[in-house]
Design a protein around this ligand. Sequence first.
Ligand SMILES: [Zn+2]
Ligand SMILES: [Zn+2]
Length: 314
Amino acid sequence: MTPGPSRGFFTKSCSGLAAHSADWGGTRADSSHCSDRGHAIAMTSSSQRLANVPCPQLFEATSCWLTRLALSQGADLAELLRFLKIPGNTDVDRALLGPHLGDVKRVCGLPSSAFQVQERLMHSLNSISPIGDKFLLTDRLRRPKFRYCPVCIKSMRVPHFPIHWRFGAWRWCPEHDCLLESNCRSCGRPIIFPTDIFSSKAGMQGCLLINHCLGCGARLSGEKPCYLQIGNLRRVSWYEEMVLANGRALLSALYHGYFFTSATGIEDLNGLKRIETYGLLPSGEHWMSVENVRNRIIPDSAETRVRWRSKPDY
Ligand SMILES: [Zn+2]
Ligand SMILES: [Zn+2]
């Protein structure tokens, strides 16, 4: 699969996403302001809007932003979700769409354009349900689960988790040519949002930063990335490289509502089922995991290297 003419939308630097953010009438998220834990959610008296609302970043997932919002309000997450009429036992990235999301934006004083990337992706997933239902990572309790690029996290002006880090197929960071991490490398904790940072293990120890592990408090940006290029060696085969690139193209297809293959031309999103059936998308949560690739023994003879990197004859 190759992406359509608009390929490249998601090829913009993950780390550059914050550069698109605007200060939408609220104060930027800053956990250092949030010491009034337990206070009622504050609203400005004139407009009945929440005050001190963190600015959503262009690609930020709502589940991540709600985590930052609870922090900015000094409220516990359950209280915030009740206030915004969001069921606590739902995949919020998938469910918070349309009029309900519009209500949340109004209460928070956000422009209608906020979260438009996520809305578009989720509408695409809904349009091809049940095919699209398994594209998003969740934990055992069906809560939103994320991977992350340690280099992107480090370079973000406002640390956040973009929605494409929730897609199982988005396995590789094209900006930094590394695989995404699945868990905190220090304690193995997965990245789950929305999370009540205050009551997390790290939060109770005083670490309220979203770019830190909420289990052990380790900096997520402090981990050495699993780069695919080591010297003049490539750690992935030709086939794996193609599947990784298709995972990136999947996001472009979902955003634009179509994709392109050299064999069939332009197709609508229902064609993704065939692409997945052919094994042309990253499949299974553990395929090409960082642990797998780090422990990989790279072929050490010139002949095997050539075979490893050559396009097979189909
Ligand atoms: Zn990156
Ligand atoms: Zn940890």
